[in-house]
Design a binder for this molecule. Structure first.
Ligand code: TYD
Ligand code: MG
Length: 457
């Protein structure tokens, strides 16, 4: 298909997809720096408009009351955690984007879907690996099924045509950055190509009522158009997080038109693919004997699910120069703030100390309820006094050293009780109901009171 009309270029932000007529150092839409790249755009045929023209001539407005509600139909993927993340299974005709850094497990997870669901006819399009490589991976995960067709192709029009011919129950496209549409200038991976390919998959999904899973890479440099560009095109965005080195991978719901976001599923990368971890707390709480200093457990909430995580701190005298502050899995600025609170409100001089913080399991934590356990872990390391391993914490620390209540304290308390904790420290102002049996809920007002309670002898 030849593109008629003049070829001109425009600048696109690789972060948000914003289009600008000239180069700018900072994207005016999302504020990111050095993300504008120049791309060819075809005018006249204007950005692949030909394929935007819907093939359906019978398309007309319908009364809301007459719309059939089979849109609600969902397919279970035999992966309970992923089903939960999707809001109860994959919705027919939806476009789901799975994003994440290279090597984190996107292809593995998407290949596990056909292998776990022999009754589902799946078309797996791979633009990155050869058919043989996919087969090797499938063999590794365990099981090569007849229900999965592998198609090594990167040209979008061919893919849509094959998909329409085969009409699978599920289409998987790995990855959007390798796909290109004939209707556009520019190589695969550019903002306009990525957008156009996602848009044609969306049209395919809606026209045929087939669910589509689309894989997208995120790079830290942002040199390749990231899935951020796609977020408003697709129905659901699931994002992989976690350290590639570590065994645990988190899949987080970022956007979901058919369910709640801020849900989280935890996986373990094993020798035979990804394994769902239905109870993450059990992995993330201490796995050592009593008596280690610098360890405190936080009862945190990610999305709607409570889990407990071990916070580790190491405080040591700075050997020379400026003391180091390092936080893994925790916001470095928030750590500095908490250390300032300790210094000013509780009188601990940590100015000449190196402070290291680490969240167990390579998790990234944003829940403010972890503040109290960060403080407890830092103090425990400073005094070299262990905190009993049946104690946990759930409270935010304010600038004046007050312990502030956090959301859903009761659920955190129940989870802690279920896992055998005997004492949980919460804010004095937290609204709590009756505590479950076996756990003591201790309410503290501020950091000095917490210190007295924890290290009184
Ligand atoms: P992959 O799914 O290829 O990542 P992505 O598609 O997101 O780039 O995952 C690749 C990593 O997972 C690689 O480091 C090897 C590892 N892996 C296992 O540990 N076990 C397995 O069974 C499989 C298939 C991969
Ligand atoms: Mg891959």
């Amino acid at each position: 298909m030849a593109v008629t009309g003049k070829i001109k270029t425009a600048w696109f932000c690789t972060e948000c997809g914003n289009e600008a007529p000239k180069w700018m150092g900072q994207c005016p839409a999302c504020g990111a720096w050095n993300t504008m790249v120049e791309e060819k755009v075809a005018t006249g045929g204007s950005k692949g408009n030909e394929s935007h023209k819907s093939s359906r001539s019978d398309n007309a407005p319908v009364k809301l009351s007459e719309v059939s509600s089979n849109d609600k139909e969902r397919i279970s993927l035999n992966l309970p955690e992923v089903d939960r993340l999707l809001g109860g299974g994959l919705v027919k005709g939806s476009l789901v984007l799975i994003g994440g850094e290279p090597g984190i497990g996107k292809s593995t997870l998407s290949l596990q879907i056909p292998l776990l669901n022999p009754e589902l006819n799946v078309l797996y399009v791979t633009g990155e690996e050869s058919v043989g490589q996919v087969k090797m991976r499938a063999a590794r995960i365990g099981g090569v099924q007849d229900n999965c067709l592998i198609y090594s192709e990167t040209q979008m029009e061919d893919i849509i045509r094959e998909a329409k011919r085969i009409s699978p129950d599920l289409l998987i496209v790995d990855s959007v950055q390798t796909m290109f549409s004939e209707s556009l200038e520019g190589s695969p991976g550019t903002v306009s190509q990525v957008r156009e390919c996602a848009a044609s998959l969306l049209r395919y999904a809606k026209d045929t009522d087939t669910p589509v899973i689309l894989i997208g890479h995120i790079t830290k440099e942002g040199s390749i158009a990231g899935p951020k560009v796609l977020e408003h095109i697709v129905d659901v965005v699931l994002q992989f997080e976690g350290e590639n080195r570590g065994a645990y991978r988190l899949l987080r719901g970022i956007k979901n038109r058919f369910g709640s976001t801020s849900e989280l599923a935890v996986f373990e990368m094993t020798g035979t693919g990804l394994r769902e971890i239905t109870n993450p707390s059990e992995l993330l709480i201490p796995m050592h004997e009593e008596g280690l200093s610098g360890v405190a457990v936080a009862a945190m909430l990610d999305g709607t699910r409570p889990f407990l995580i071990e916070v580790q701190a190491l405080v040591s005298s700075a050997a020379y120069g400026t003391p180091q502050r390092s936080a893994t899995g925790f916001d470095g600025r928030r750590l500095n703030m908490l250390l300032a609170v300790l210094e000013r409100r509780a009188g601990f001089k940590l100015g000449q100390k190196d402070v290291f913080i680490n969240m167990a399991g390579g998790l990234k934590v944003t829940d403010p309820a972890c503040d109290m356990s960060v403080i407890a872990a830092v103090l425990s390391s400073t005094f070299d006094m262990a905190i009993s391993s049946d104690i946990c914490f759930a409270g935010e620390v304010g600038l004046s050293g007050e312990i502030r209540p956090v959301s859903q304290t009761d659920r955190r308390v129940s989870e802690a009780a279920r896992l055998g904790f005997r004492k949980i420290y919460v804010s004095k102002f937290a609204a709590t109901g009756d505590a479950p049996k076996g756990i003591d809920v201790v309410k503290v007002a501020d950091v000095p009171e917490l210190v007295r309670q924890l290290f009184k002898n």
